[in-house]
Design a protein around this ligand. Structure first.
Ligand SMILES: Cc1cc2nc3c(=O)[nH]c(=O)nc-3n(C[C@H](O)[C@H](O)[C@H](O)COP(=O)(O)O)c2cc1C
Length: 360
């Protein structure tokens, strides 16, 4: 059976290892959501990952909602992403862009005319938005009208085309962690009684329309999809995580998507389902492409899950923050550096691009 250091085919790319970097928002773009040179350095430093998945990248002004997170809807943004992909490719890496629409967990402070953020239903999430002027409680969103949904689908497809034009190797559709598409999928946030709510095919309709449109725009062999069936982050819940996400995985498989990325923290992790629900086995059965797992993994249990065949690759988030050469550290069993958690978001280069590789 394979281990973390075995190669794996992903679309047209033969990836040198199965240590992927998980998407992580770091808030180092400009206040106008344009990528900065430091971001090129950050991803270049981590290019030995089998695959880099970028931080969430906002697909449209409507989808915006995180201070200094980047976007990909304008030509200026496309141009500013090019040095990022060039730096990664020059360092021998491959990089997918994560496409993000925050939906109900945006805030009027981010929206044109201080409009309400949009969601499947007028149901607020418990919690706070990180606005440019500090944390503010989430508001009750405006439920999207059916007539507005094609524009949402188009914004993802256009973002995917823009990502390819900026030199990305593919995209990951963010269907996880309580953002717009996840809000449609799970029954705690979707209370619609039209063709986009209620039964599973209805709750999955918008995410699947997005997946189909993105796959049509750039090719299913360059399109991945991320889910988080049991993650309660952003006040999310669903009555039947296994059934809900098995259905979605089957449909995404029919579309021929290159990978399914499942956030399902290892048992005991603070984000693991309190009742111990696990969906990975059902999703493995349902999805024919590459299966990535993520959530609280280290070197040893990462090796175990790949060699058990339960997943093809593991995405690591926090371990990559302070260990740009994580693959090499795993290879030799080196100790890992700990990140400065106070510098996760919206700072400067400190705690971002100043973590050194191991001394040789
Ligand atoms: C600073 C930070 C930012 C994150 N931003 C994103 C994001 O933009 N998109 C996403 O899907 N997940 C995001 N996550 C979640 C991670 O991708 C990952 O699921 C989580 O950290 C658990 O994996 P780990 O234990 O390997 O870190 C973020 C996590 C951290 C710590």
């Amino acid at each position: 059976m394979p281990n973390l250091f075995d190669s794996i085919q992903l679309g047209s790319h033969l990836l040198p290892n199965r240590v992927f970097m998980a998407p992580m928002t770091r808030g180092r773009a400009t206040e106008a959501y344009v990528p900065t040179p430091a971001m090129a350095t950050y991803y270049e430093q981590r290019a030995s990952a089998g695959l880099l998945i970028t931080e969430g990248v906002q697909v449209s002004p409507q989808g915006v909602g995180w201070y200094r997170a980047p976007g990909i809807w304008s030509q200026a943004m496309v141009d500013a992403w090019r040095p990022v992909t060039a730096a990664v490719h020059d360092a021998g890496g491959r990089v997918y862009m994560q496409l993000w629409h925050l939906g109900r967990v945006s805030h009027p402070d981010y929206q044109a005319g201080a409009a309400l953020p949009v969601g499947p239903s007028a149901v607020a999430a418990a919690g706070d938005s990180h606005t440019p002027t500090g944390k503010k409680p989430y508001v009750v969103p405006r439920a999207l009208a059916v007539e507005e949904l094609p524009a949402v689908v188009d914004s993802f497809a256009q973002a995917a085309r823009n990502a390819i034009s900026a030199g990305f190797d593919g995209v990951e559709i963010h269907g996880a962690n309580g953002y717009l598409l996840d809000q449609f999928i799970r029954d705690g946030s979707n209370k619609r009684d039209d063709a986009y709510g209620g039964a599973l095919p209805n709750r999955w309709r918008l995410p699947l329309e997005v997946a189909a449109a993105v796959a049509a725009a750039i090719g299913p062999e360059r399109t991945g999809f991320r889910v988080s069936p049991t993650n309660g982050y952003n006040d999310m819940h669903d009555g039947d995580p296994v059934g809900t996400f098995r259905f979605g995985a089957e449909q995404l498989s029919k579309l021929g998507l290159v990978y399914l990325h499942v956030v399902e923290p290892v048992p005991g992790h603070m984000l693991a389902a309190a009742d111990g629900t696990q969906t990975l086995g059902a999703l493995r059965q349902a999805f024919d492409g590459v299966l990535i797992t993520n959530g609280g993994f280290g070197r040893d249990n990462g090796h175990e899950i790949v060699s058990s065949g339960a997943a093809d690759a593991v995405a690591f988030g926090v371990p990559f923050l302070a260990n740009p050469d994580l693959v090499q550290r795993f290879r030799i069993g080196a100790e890992l550096a700990a990140p400065d958690m106070a510098k996760l978001y919206a700072g400067d280069d400190s705690g971002y691009i100043d973590y050194p590789p191991m001394s040789q």
